[in-house]
Design a protein. Structure first.
Length: 451
């Protein structure tokens, strides 16, 4: 096992990784920007190194400073968390060159699966159904128009390098296709430095169902069941749960096996997530694979009892998975609400600032993953998540009551948060019946907002 690990991230995920390391007896080294001097991930780590100015480009994306920090502190491994450098094959490769273990899959695999067009190729090879669409990247409008006519409108134009719900455009007909393509290309180029785009059939009112997988370096790959992340705003997840109200044992097993097959075809090790859309007829289609720990990983931890971050670290250190698929048992229900510093009454406008009193909920089945505290100032430079509130219960009904109770206990003074919005979702009759799909918020939450 490693004795020293550097965490190349910030916020709640850095704290989450520090906790896993401590339980494994590993010394932790945090890196931080000048804006994060007072951050919890700095306070909780054994050592901390300042790597640059506030902007992410100068700090959490500053590869040379991060590698230097690892070398100067004799770190044997780097955990990248999610976002920032987590899906940079270049960074993973540079770690390898410098004899530092990157806690994640091999750079070649990140390169392959991080490119959505290439990943579609792998899924096809693994005989997993894909959303109908391009076989390669789009070269011209003519090519796109032909393909769209074949698969039928509406279609989605997506960025090969896309992530975080960005670089995606809907086209309802041939007239709007050209403009959507141009917009998607521009957005992708600006956001990801890569303007390659492809086309997919638009699946109407789908569920977003993803499978958590774990694989070691010896070819053992298992899955921890699904997460239902259908509750989204602008293609970004807001609330996730496991299991899904849609899946039965049969479909769970089928999709689980498909995810494992994709991971096997990609030569995957570490934790990873295979994302699918599922339509009304319960047809499932691969959309992408995330080669990192996911924001919503705690939901799977709560129902499976597996510590996904510790497993990532053990796998990177060369340990074999100590169990097989038959040993995994999904117990009860879990749900996560992403509590963002955003004002739901004002179009989810970011609401950074200094938190006054910060009082987190507790009691049976409640977990809070957060890097905030009373008096903490949320910097405007990074994402707006304050906390993840995760709740476990025997049944979905118990989880919903418990989540409402916990959300009401949660006090975050002085900044606006998404707590009131989550409370409304949990009271929505369609949500309570488990009728969720990716356009749920547009379709079911349009009535005027009253607190
Ligand atoms: P998850 O799939 O784990 O729910 P999100 O899609 O919410 O994750 O993304 C997690 C974090 O990573 C967010 O801060 C998001 O903005 C960032 N992110 C994801 N993909 C990319 C990407 N390709 N480029 C830049 N940032 C990304
Ligand atoms: P990202 O890398 O940004 O997470 P994904 O490919 O995972 O992108 O898609 C994010 C979300 O966008 C999905 O969960 C879904 O809500 C929506 N989406 C993506 N592709 C399609 C599609 N072909 N049809 C309908 N919705 C889609
Ligand atoms: Mg995705």
């Amino acid at each position: 096992m490693f004795s020293r690990v550097l965490i190349a991230n910030r916020g709640e995920i850095a704290v989450r990784i520090i906790r896993a390391c401590k339980e494994l007896g590993i010394k932790t080294i945090s890196v931080y920007s000048t804006a994060d001097k007072e951050s919890l991930h700095v306070k909780l780590a054994d050592e901390a190194v300042c790597i640059g100015a506030a902007s992410a480009a100068q700090s959490y994306l500053n590869i040379s400073n991060i590698i230097a920090a690892a070398q100067n502190t004799a770190a044997e491994a780097i955990h990248p968390g999610y976002g920032f450098l987590a899906e940079s094959s270049y960074f993973a490769d540079l770690c390898r060159t410098n004899n530092i273990k990157f806690i994640g899959p091999d750079p070649e695999v990140i390169y392959l699966m991080g490119d959505k067009v290439k990943a579609r190729g792998i899924a096809m090879k693994a005989e997993v159904p894909l959303v109908p669409g391009s076989e390669g990247a789009l070269n011209s409008y003519q090519e796109a128009a032909m393909l769209a006519r074949e698969i039928g409108y509406p279609v989605m134009i997506k960025a090969s390098a896309g992530g975080g719900g960005r670089g995606m455009r809907l086209a309802h007909n041939e007239e709007s296709l050209k403009e959507s393509m141009e917009m998607a290309r521009m957005e992708a180029g600006a956001a990801f430095g890569n303007d390659e785009i492809y086309i997919e059939k638009y699946i109407e009112e789908p569920r977003h169902i993803e499978i958590q997988i774990l694989g070691d370096q010896y070819g053992n790959i298992i899955h921890l069941g699904e997460r239902d992340c259908s509750l989204q705003r602008r293609n970004q997840k807001l609330l996730e749960e496991a299991p899904s109200t849609l899946l039965d044992k049969d479909l769970r097993e089928k999709m689980g096996n498909m995810a494992v097959n994709i991971a096997r075809a990609a030569n995957y090790h570490s934790a990873g997530t295979v994302e699918f859309l599922v339509d009304k007829q319960k047809n499932y289609y691969f959309i992408e694979m995330n080669t990192r720990v996911q924001v919503e990983h705690p939901v799977s931890e709560m129902v499976s009892g597996v510590d996904i971050v510790k497993e990532q670290i053990r796998i990177a250190a060369g340990e074999a998975l100590g169990y097989s698929q038959e040993d995994i048992e999904i117990r009860g229900w879990a749900m996560e609400c992403r509590i963002n510093a955003e004002d739901p009454q004002n179009d989810f406008c970011p609401s950074p600032g200094t938190i006054g009193q910060y009082l987190i909920p507790g009691g049976p089945g409640v977990r809070v993953d957060s890097a905030a505290y009373s008096g903490y100032t949320i910097p405007p430079y990074y994402d707006s998540m304050i906390a993840k509130l995760i709740v476990w219960g025997q049944s979905r009904d118990e989880v919903i009551s418990r989540m409402k109770r916990a959300l009401r206990e949660f006090q975050i003074e002085n900044v606006k948060s998404t707590i009131p919005f989550h409370l409304r979702v949990l009271d929505n009759a369609f949500f309570r019946r488990g009728e969720v799909y990716t356009n749920f918020i547009q379709r079911r939450m349009t009535e005027r907002f009253h607190e």
